[in-house]
Design a protein around this ligand. Structure first.
Ligand SMILES: [Zn+2]
Length: 267
């Protein structure tokens, strides 16, 4: 039945590459209940761990991959990066706790390793270089965006993997949109200081506070770094507008589950 199936946002420009498993999950198709309805992938909530495991299995099934091949870091809203290499893979991929590293940028060229991070408003940024066969995933809330986490991924693709900017494709996933992302004056000031020439970064909100456009801030920093704009695809789906389809921390006053972004190369 359609209402039981896992919903995935898949990026169009990645879809041409059959070697790639990629997408951002949503709420439909899982077994969690209440505020965690239904495909909650987030650990650290008081949701039933059995339900989360089942949700991960269902997500893996929808992506056509094995559930024990996900690699997920402990996300800390920073810009530190980890390249998952042979060594990590040969050491055996851990289970649901995954990489015990506090990073918000993951890259790998290893096939059958699927990078995963969880989100409930923050911006998932997915990277693929089909020429070098490297994938990347970034967790960018306002802190990671301002700290330049997506820019860090692009730098590493160039320096560690020899990627050429014209080959790198980027997907900016569902996340809180500028219509719903009211921020305080200190965050607005930090964003302005980080991206002084970014047009449309902030806009006046109806309640006297500004709204920050994270999609634009992330697009901007990658384009300024040299990524051709046509290599970027922005989902443009707001988690707070579509709280029926996606988890949103803001829309649920902090009592929320988490959807996942995944990217990796099939074996
Ligand atoms: Zn919205």
């Amino acid at each position: 039945m359609a209402e039981d199936s896992v919903w995935l946002h898949r990026f169009g420009h990645f879809s041409a590459f059959t070697e790639l498993a990629q997408g951002v999950s949503g709420r439909p198709g899982g077994v969690s209940e209440g505020q965690y309805w239904s495909l909650n992938i987030g650990l650290g909530s008081d949701d039933d761990p059995e339900a989360i495991s089942e949700n991960r299995r269902r997500l893996a099934g929808a992506l056509g991959i094995a559930a024990d091949r996900f690699v997920r870091p402990y996300q800390v809203h920073g810009a530190e990066a980890l390249v998952v290499g042979r060594e990590e893979v040969e050491a055996g991929l851990p289970g649901p706790a995954d990489v015990p590293r506090r990073v918000d940028v993951l890259l790998t060229a290893e096939p059958d390793v699927f990078l995963m991070m969880t989100f409930a408003d923050c911006v998932p940024v997915l990277f693929y270089d089909p020429a070098r066969r490297v994938v990347g995933l970034v967790h960018a809330g306002w802190r990671g965006t301002i700290a330049g986490a997506p820019r860090r991924a692009l730098d590493l693709l160039q320096k560690r993997f020899g990627s050429r900017l014209r080959d790198v494709l980027v997907g900016i996933g569902p996340s809180i949109g500028p219509d719903h992302y009211e921020v305080g004056p200190e965050v607005a000031a930090a964003a302005r200081a980080a991206f002084p020439a970014c047009e449309g970064l902030l806009r006046p909100g109806p309640r006297g506070r500004e709204h920050l456009d994270l999609w634009r801030a992330n697009t901007y920093q990658l384009v300024v770094a040299g990524l051709p704009p046509e290599n970027l695809e922005v989902a443009g789906l707001c988690t707070a507008c579509r709280n029926d389809l996606l988890f949103s921390y803001r829309a649920s006053q902090g009592r929320t589950g988490f959807h996942a972004a995944v990217i990796g190369l099939r074996a």
